[in-house]
Design a protein around this ligand. Structure first.
Ligand code: ADP
Ligand code: MG
Length: 555
């Protein structure tokens, strides 16, 4: 090596190091966080997202916004992952998690400016996050599983600001009832909630207040044939995931016909095959058939003749849920079909609603359906997202048994405790622990901001109340007053809050660890329009500044 620099990167690759890389990443992450902040809380606004196909989504849900946004900046994507983790692990609190991640990074940037090494910041954030989660456990209130009023409040808190809010009284009760319907006491005394047994179905044309909770399943399908019966008490139900059609001859086999008779022969054979299939179904004793695949026209006709009610192309997830409701097995081969495979249920088809109602009648029948109604597709979609969040947090609350005072109360209290803890941390990490505490207070600040209140005044009032020992003092966003939010019924799942803190911290630390960005393609820092193909299969991270353009068009 005679002093020649070694070139290891391709000609087009670009590189950004140290402070440049950090600032770049922090700015990108913050841009994402800021894009969802305005939706936080009951007074948060909604966003309208228009996809490249022209599909419109109106939502207040953090994870939905970020998923629909066309983000091609790699750091920004890391923040989107925070929302996704939060959604998977807790179902609610996505905006909170992302906003805190952004604020952690913003505060980290200040520390970096003061020449504090990233490893000290990372360490401090990590310590603070652990402490914060321990403090959440300390301030959490135990929930009596019988206290449906409190559990309903958890549902209502998670619905406020969402499409579900206007009818939140009715809907929160439905959510609580649904979760209770699928809650069982396990042998070891643990409370287990199986959300798999709750199916959410949507129907347009009515209002949210007409939503209902039904035993069993609701299937959005029509009978396969007009002459089929439409109602059965205690029917035998066949669930099948194979088509009821003529079995394909070999894909590339061609049919050699020498005379018209042969064609007739061929068609007769097909008819015979279909007739056999339908006979097998009839012989098993089935009254109703839900088929995941297609049913041949002729087979539909035969089924109708046999007095069997059938629906084709039932969604796979619906079929799985139907199995829970009616019992029996999902059949994939009619040749081996037997009566044991059938489930049992009261089945009826409502012509005006165009829905099947299936209520299991067997011993093992379980499963309920939340039938959500709303005037239009956009309304029910947003309703479904809000209800999904509420189901998750109510299920957590019932099984985990702990809740927190919302409206920023828990954040201010935990921030106060983390600041106390900071005194025991030595060195520069202490500054990072304090910066973490400050970041927590973003929640009440943004809640105030979104409600058109002065965020500084609000924070000062809240801190004073907490200094006075009022652990549950939070913001009433409707009056601007500091109130006891726990008593006011603004309560949240402790599990979701813990998860929000840990995923926010992990993401912030992940971003802070990076001191070198090596991009196989362009690494421009100025906003360029994102292109559909950027960062595509080539693995290039695409325009680093592309995000600005992408979001600017949407927000
Ligand atoms: P996320 O996606 O983080 O769940 P939300 O938009 O659902 O975001 O807002 C949640 C925040 O709103 C929580 O901090 C919660 O305490 C607060 N909040 C909900 N309802 C109220 C209320 N009635 N008054 C004050 N704060 C509320
Ligand atoms: Mg929420």
């Amino acid at each position: 090596m005679g002093g020649q620099p070694m070139i290891i990167l391709g000609e087009d690759s670009q590189r950004m190091k140290d402070r440049d890389a950090q600032s770049h990443n922090i700015a990108a992450a913050q841009a994402v966080a800021e894009s969802v902040r305005s939706t936080l809380g009951p007074k948060g606004m909604d966003k309208m997202l228009v996809s490249s196909m022209g599909d419109v989504t109106v939502t207040n849900d953090g994870v939905t916004i970020l998923q629909e946004m066309d983000i091609d900046n790699p750091t920004a994507s890391m923040i989107v992952e925070v929302a996704e983790t939060q959604e998977d692990e807790a179902g609610d609190g996505t905006t909170t998690a992302v906003s805190i991640a952004g604020e952690l990074l913003k505060n980290a940037e200040d520390l970096l400016e003061q020449d504090i090494h990233p490893t000290a910041i990372i360490k401090g954030f990590h310590l603070a996050s652990e402490q914060a989660r321990a403090e959440i456990d300390n301030v959490a209130h135990e929930v009596d599983p019988e206290d449906t009023e409190l559990i309903k409040n958890v549902a209502e808190t998670s619905m406020t600001g969402k499409g579900a809010e206007l009818e939140k009284d009715v809907l929160a009760q439905l959510v609580v009832d649904a979760v209770q319907a699928v809650t069982v006491e396990a042998d070891d005394g643990e409370t287990v909630v199986d959300l798999e047994y709750i199916n959410v179905e949507t129907q347009t044309g009515s209002s949210a207040g007409d939503s209902e909770l039904l035993e069993g399943a609701v299937i959005d399908k029509d009978p396969a044939h007009a002459d089929m019966p439409t109602a059965f008490d205690d029917a035998k139900v066949l669930l099948i995931n194979e088509p009821i059609e003529v079995e394909d001859t070999d894909a590339d086999a061609s049919l050699q016909l020498d005379s018209p008779d042969q064609l007739q022969d061929f068609l007769d054979k097909e008819e015979e095959q279909l007739r056999e299939k339908v006979e097998a179904i009839a012989e098993s004793g089935a009254d109703v058939v839900f088929c995941q695949k297609g049913i041949d026209d002729l087979a539909e006709h035969f089924l109708a003749q046999e007095g069997i009610l059938a629906a084709s192309r039932v969604k796979k997830s619906d079929l799985g849920f139907l199995r829970e409701v009616v019992g029996g097995n999902v059949v994939s081969d009619l040749d081996s079909l037997s009566a044991d495979d059938l489930g049992s249920a009261d089945v009826s088809y409502d012509e005006s609603e165009e829905l099947f109602y299936v209520e299991g009648t067997g011993d093992e029948a379980h499963g309920v359906t939340l039938l959500l109604r709303g005037s239009t597709e956009h309304v029910v979609d947003e309703l479904e997202r809000g209800i999904g969040d509420a189901l998750d947090v109510v299920a957590q609350t019932v099984s985990d048994g702990r809740v927190l005072a919302g409206g920023g109360a828990v954040e201010v209290e935990v921030a106060r405790r983390v600041r106390d803890y900071a005194d025991s941390v030595s060195g520069r990490e202490q500054l990072a622990v304090e910066a973490f505490a400050d970041a927590l207070e973003l929640v009440p600040r943004v809640l105030a901001e979104n409600a058109g209140l002065d965020s500084i005044d609000t924070l000062v009032d809240l801190r004073a109340a907490h200094e006075d020992g009022d652990e549950t003092a939070g913001l009433d966003v409707f009056t601007g007053e500091v109130v006891d939010t726990y008593d006011a019924g603004v309560v949240e799942s402790a599990h979701a809050k813990r998860q929000a803190l840990s995923s926010a911290t992990e993401a912030a630390n992940l971003v802070l660890k990076i001191d070198d960005i090596i991009a196989a393609g362009d690494l421009s820092t100025e906003g360029e329009e994102p292109e559909g193909g950027a960062g595509g299969p080539g693995g290039a991270p695409g325009g680093m500044g592309g995000m600005g353009g992408g979001m600017g068009g949407m927000m």
